[in-house]
Design a protein. Structure first.
Lengths: 353, 471
């Protein structure tokens, strides 16, 4: 019977039917959703329910439609979707900017080395990571940009534009917004990074990650609340493992800490993540720590959205969200990163000589 | 809370249940919707709930003043000023300060101003436009009575339209609050079709284009070939259409299930042959708002051609600025203003000559559609790029980049779907809706669930936020 309008009863029946069938054929999707929830009450409740439901649906083979759809999508993906592109180019700003900021990086590096010498972990870490960078003068330099939205927004565009001017540089994009090392159940960098870099073996890695990591996580049935010693221990180990993965082919790494954020509580949490990561980075001589705060604001741990440059112009350093860097903000970090890259090239040439 | 999430689905199912179970008690029903709308907004950031209330309060107090005072104009001006000042504080203050400082720097003067922009409340432009519409419609006598405070609050905060519209005029929505929604007149099949189509546009087309093509082309133009850049530009045209129209389709569908009607916000805009037609088809609720409350008060088209052109340009410039406090949005608005002005002069010229039969030929229709589409695409470059230089870099890449045919098939399909779906005859959707009306309710529910599953599987893993949330 043709009907344009329904009664509440008919509408409710339709919606209820959609909900029931949706719950059955989307059992897998719901399970993934529950796993990705932030650690808390909702996840505690939703996770076992959705997992049990998924198993039940799978047991009676009612998950077949979604499985078929996923298989069909996977088989079409390589035809339909773009290959990860790489950017190539040259950077003429390398020499021009070297003198300005290399001291900052060098100081950081020296401090890092001093600290790592004091650290009992140094010897162990040096064994874990190859110490030599593997590129020679004739080879194209593979530079990987790694991280979450702190890399994807602001920093990556600025770096890619700068590096694109260099003919013998190949930029590898290995960043993904909304990810981190805190929740491998949501996005596992240990599995995803090798896929993201593909066949390339980066000589140099610029990494900015951690903005999504100020949250608790769960391993088996144990909940690790953010900032507790147990959380710190697990997170530090994840950073170590990630560094080993990044550096396994001898890549030299620069790790950017988190800048101060507008929201004070979030900023405090970010500073805690940064401090912990910095202490791990200090264990590795071939990893350089770069604190972005002194470049963005004279008062290093205070959030600044704007700064006035030497010409008296007001430059926006951060996005409207008070979290991400604007392109102009990222440009303040650029000279240091570029001079560090150049230092690695010199290092490589010396090694090959 | 984003529309295409499990959280929203749960929230909406609960809202549906609670709102229809209270429909016999009208005041309670509206109170429930109001509370749900505030919960919806508070789940994003509860700190801004007082702001939502205050903006509604401005609108309501000014409306009372307009209706009961001897000086309604004063109340109207006061109310609009309060709304615009609030909007300016959150959205425009820093932009003006930054430009003031930079202008002074150009003249070798330094202004030592240290400021921080406040966090931009989600959907603030939509809230303020609703409050202004309430005052204007009361002033123009378009409402039979001044609404109560809870009704005014519900009009501003009604959750399906709160974050990104469509912009409802008070005269359109308030009458729906006079009586409870009719429990025997729910357009279920149309609502479910709108929600499914909206989700498909947003999750499959817009998100895929954003994450796999457009972001890359606009982030680093030099890294793309000319053909990739062109596809990226067309891709953004398709993305922004699917993103925004997808959101409004979902909003309209949700409102229909709750028993309320929202106006259409898009009507195949890329089929337009003239700039005027484009603005009758693109973001219709904003176009009407700008026409009713800005273009007509500025003089409209009754005060001679020069005044009309000035009003058009000003309206579009302010329309551009409404989208964001940045020069690229102003350029975007100026470009559309210019297109509208050129078209008006052109139209007047040929209309006066009386030998313009060729303008109604099929060939001219196709040419003008193509021309307008590319003019709109050009404006999207400035809209999407982070700054003027980046926009120029994208355009430049079209001329200096290499042309190659290695374009990803998936992206070509997404662009083709995003733009091509607007050329599907209206009859097709009507027939589809007709078919949906005929099938049993259980089958309709099953089809909807199946559609959701396909959308979930086809969508990319990395989400992309709705573009219009930032406005």
């Amino acid at each position: 019977m043709l009907r344009r309008f329904d009664s509440v009863k008919r509408m409710a029946t339709t919606v209820a039917m959609a909900t029931v069938i949706g719950l059955i054929i989307e059992a897998g999707g719901l399970s993934i959703w529950a796993q990705r929830l932030e650690v808390g009450v909702l996840r505690e409740i939703a996770n076992p329910i959705t997992q049990g439901w998924e198993q039940t649906v799978s047991f009676v083979h009612l998950d077949a439609p979604r499985r078929w759809a996923l298989e069909a999508k996977a088989s079409l993906d390589h035809v339909m979707m773009p290959e990860p592109m790489t950017a190539q180019g040259v950077d003429t700003t390398l020499q021009a900017t070297e003198n300005n900021t290399s001291t900052v990086v060098s100081q950081t590096k020296t401090n890092t080395t001093k600290k790592s010498k004091r650290s009992g972990r140094k010897a162990e870490s040096d064994i874990a990571l190859p110490v030599a960078v593997n590129f020679s003068g004739n080879e194209k330099i593979q530079i990987a940009l790694v991280g979450d939205s702190m890399m994807a927004v602001g920093l990556a565009p600025v770096l890619r534009r700068a590096l694109a001017k260099e003919e013998n540089v190949n930029t590898i994009r290995a960043y993904r917004s909304g990810t981190g090392l805190g929740r491998p159940d949501v996005f596992n960098w240990m599995e995803e990074y090798p896929k993201m870099r593909g066949v390339h073996k980066p000589h140099i890695i610029i990494c900015a990650i951690g903005a999504n990591d100020a949250q608790g996580f769960q391993i088996d049935r144990t909940v690790y609340a953010f900032g507790t010693p147990q959380w710190n221990a697990v997170y530090a180990e994840r950073v170590r493992n990630f560094l080993k993965l990044l550096g396994q082919d001898g890549a030299r790494i620069i790790w950017l800490g988190m800048p101060a954020m507008r929201e004070p509580n979030f900023s405090k949490r970010m500073m805690a993540v940064s401090a912990l990561t910095k202490s791990v980075v200090a264990e590795y001589t071939q990893v350089t720590w770069l604190d972005p705060n002194p470049f963005l604001n004279d008062e290093s741990t205070v959030f600044a959205q704007f700064r006035v440059n030497q010409k008296g112009q007001m430059i926006r350093l951060r996005g409207d969200d008070g979290i991400h860097l604007s392109d102009e903000g990222a440009a303040y970090l650029l000279p240091s990163i570029l001079s560090w890259i150049q230092a690695q090239q010199k290092f490589a040439v010396q090694k090959s000589n | 809370m984003l529309f295409p999430t499990v959280e929203f689905a749960l929230f909406f199912l609960f809202s549906l249940l609670v709102s229809w179970s209270t429909v016999r008690h009208h005041v309670l029903h509206k109170t429930v919707l109001l509370v749900l709308s505030y919960v919806f907004y508070g789940l994003w950031n509860w700190h801004f709930l007082p702001l939502l209330f205050i903006i509604s309060l401005y609108g309501w107090i000014a409306s009372l003043g307009i209706a009961s005072s001897r000086r309604p104009r004063v109340w109207l001006v006061l109310g609009i000023t309060a709304c615009l000042l609030t909007l300016a504080w959150y959205k425009y203050l820093l932009f003006f300060v930054q430009n003031l400082v930079n202008l002074a720097a150009l003249m070798d003067r330094q202004i030592g101003l240290e400021m921080e922009s406040p966090m931009l409340p989600l959907g603030i432009s939509f809230m303020t436009f609703h409050a202004i519409s309430l005052m204007m419609d009361v002033a123009r006598g378009k409402l039979r009575e001044v609404p109560s405070l809870p009704d005014a609050m519900l009009y501003v905060a009604f959750f399906p339209q709160l974050i990104a519209g469509p912009i409802l005029r008070a005269s359109q929505f308030m009458p729906q609050l006079y009586t409870p929604p009719n429990p025997n007149r729910i357009e279920t099949s149309r609502a479910l079709m709108l929600i499914a189509v909206g989700l498909f546009k947003k999750v499959v087309i817009a998100n895929s284009l954003a994450t796999l093509l457009v972001d890359d082309v606009f982030t680093h133009p030099a890294g793309s070939s000319a053909s990739q850049t062109l596809l990226g530009i067309y891709g953004y045209a398709a993305q922004i259409y699917c993103d925004f129209s997808g959101y409004t389709d979902i909003a309209i569908g949700c409102a229909l299930l709750l028993g309320y009607r929202f106006p259409d916000n898009f009507n195949n805009p890329y089929r337009s042959a003239t700039p005027q037609e484009f603005w009758r088809r693109w973001h219709i609720s904003l176009s009407i708002w700008l026409r009713e409350y800005l273009f007509i008060p500025l003089g409209g088209s009754r005060e001679g051609q020069v005044r009309t052109l000035i009003s058009l340009m000003l309206t579009m410039l302010l329309g551009g600025l409404w989208h964001g406090a940045a020069w690229n949005f102003i350029i975007w608005g100026a470009w559309h203003g210019l297109l509208l002005c050129i078209h008006r002069v052109w139209d007047d010229y040929w209309s006066a000559r009386n030998d313009d039969a060729w303008r109604y030929s099929k060939t001219w229709l196709i040419c003008s559609r193509l021309l307008l589409f590319h003019a709109v695409c050009l404006s999207w470059i400035f809209f999407r790029a982070t700054d003027f230089d980046s926009a120029l870099a994208v355009i430049n890449q079209l001329f200096v980049g290499a042309w190659s045919a290695d374009l990803p098939l998936g992206m070509l399909i997404c662009v083709g779907l995003g733009i091509g779906m607007q050329y599907i005859p209206e009859k097709f959707f009507l027939r589809l809706q007709y078919q949906a009306m005929q099938i049993p309710v259980w089958a309709l529910g099953a089809l909807f669930a199946l559609a959701l599953m396909v959308i979930e599987v086809l969508g990319p893993s990395a989400p992309a936020p709705f573009i219009y949330f930032q406005f």
